[in-house]
Design a protein around this ligand. Structure first.
Ligand code: PHE
Length: 346
């Protein structure tokens, strides 16, 4: 290789590289040319390797030509890079343009489960009457779930609460929230106005009106001089707040071992309003809760003197309340979690 060859090769490299640069379709192609020609192991370095064989006087000339070639290629790369960069940016801006007129994606909001919705409503009403929500365990002992509620081991009323037992001796899944009455009385002194919402369990075969797992809301009011009239007034107010003004209500005699007297509390049928229909068993009435004056024995187990204190208690099923309000005819819907059922509750 002599001086002329090298100069010619440099010229050829410049020509072909400039052509490749102006033909490059995008910036990655330019990056490729940059490395292939100007890189450490690139074509320009390859040609300059021949410089060692030249006479010392010729070397600066080759160096000057090589610098000119490098400068021309670098300038062409920069110019083409700017050109392509602008085009790519314009193209990206067009492609990524946001159509602000498109409707937004709807946000799917969750909703309260109808059992919880009903319990919340019940609690909100009684909170206005000064009741305070308390908690009581789901795994109870036989003593508190039954015996202290005036239901001794062989009492026939046990049949009302078919029981699921757990493998801790003397313990069971509470069959109602009434044992919470005992726990509240043992924990605090009157005046007591307690509300006990919670899950209950019974050994039942499941059908449209029975579940083995359901909620109850228990209420307990104890003070000096509390009467049945106080209970009637309060429950009437509750029915008004829950089912609307002007609904007729009635109290019927009932039976629970832990209240005396005991009552069932009915509201006029929400479907037919009185004359009778299939929804109310043609009676014109719907039963919404059981209640009564706390039995003296129960007050005693709660640590209170029945000569000094009186009280009333009531217990209701929020699912039942919800069924009556919304015309739902199958209790199982509350346990199945089918969104077609749950969705309308917002
Ligand atoms: N615990 C009763 C039941 O499960 C309901 C009730 C509560 C009745 C309080 C009277 C007083 O059916």
């Amino acid at each position: 290789m002599d001086l002329a060859d090298i100069i010619r090769d440099l010229g050829a490299l410049e020509t072909s590289t400039l052509a490749a640069i102006s033909a490059a379709p995008d910036t990655p192609a330019l990056d490729g040319i940059d490395v292939e020609v100007l890189g450490k192991k690139g074509a320009l370095t390859g040609i300059l390797r021949g410089i060692g064989a030249l006479a010392a006087d010729d070397r600066p000339r080759v160096g000057a030509v090589a610098n000119t070639v490098r400068g021309a290629i670098e300038a062409a790369l920069a110019a083409r890079r700017a050109e392509l960069g602008a085009a790519e940016l314009t193209e990206r801006l067009a492609r990524e343009r946001i159509d602000v007129t498109l409707p937004g994606r709807p946000l799917r909001r969750g909703s309260l489960h109808p059992s919880i919705e009903a319990m919340t409503q019940i609690a909100e009403i009684f909170e206005q009457f000064g009741f305070v929500v308390h908690e009581s365990p789901e795994i109870e002992d036989d003593l508190t779930n039954f015996q202290m509620l005036n239901i001794p081991p062989d009492h026939p009323a046990r049949d009302l609460w078919d029981t699921l037992y757990v493998d801790i001796p003397g313990h069971l899944l509470r069959t109602h929230t009434s044992p919470g009455q005992i726990r509240v009385m043992q924990a605090m002194k009157p005046p007591i106005r307690a509300l006990l919402p919670g899950r209950c369990f019974r050994y039942e075969s499941v059908d449209a009106s029975h579940g083995f797992e359901f909620f109850q809301v228990e209420g307990l009011m104890v003070d000096e001089g509390v009467t049945l009239a106080d209970m009637k007034g309060l429950l009437d107010e509750f029915a008004r707040a829950m089912f609307g003004d002007g609904k007729k209500t009635r109290f019927r005699p009932g039976y629970y071992p832990f209240t005396e007297p005991s009552v069932a509390f009915d509201v006029e049928c929400l479907v037919c309003g009185g004359p009778g229909c299939p929804a109310c068993g043609r009676s014109g009435w719907m039963t919404i809760l059981g209640a009564g004056m706390v039995h003296p024995v129960v007050l005693q187990y709660g640590g209170l003197d029945p000569e000094r204190y009186q009280g009333f208690a009531f217990g209701m099923g929020p699912e039942r309340i919800s069924m009556l309000k919304h015309g739902i005819t199958d209790l199982r819907l509350f346990m199945e979690n089918d969104v077609r059922f749950l969705e309308p509750f917002r």
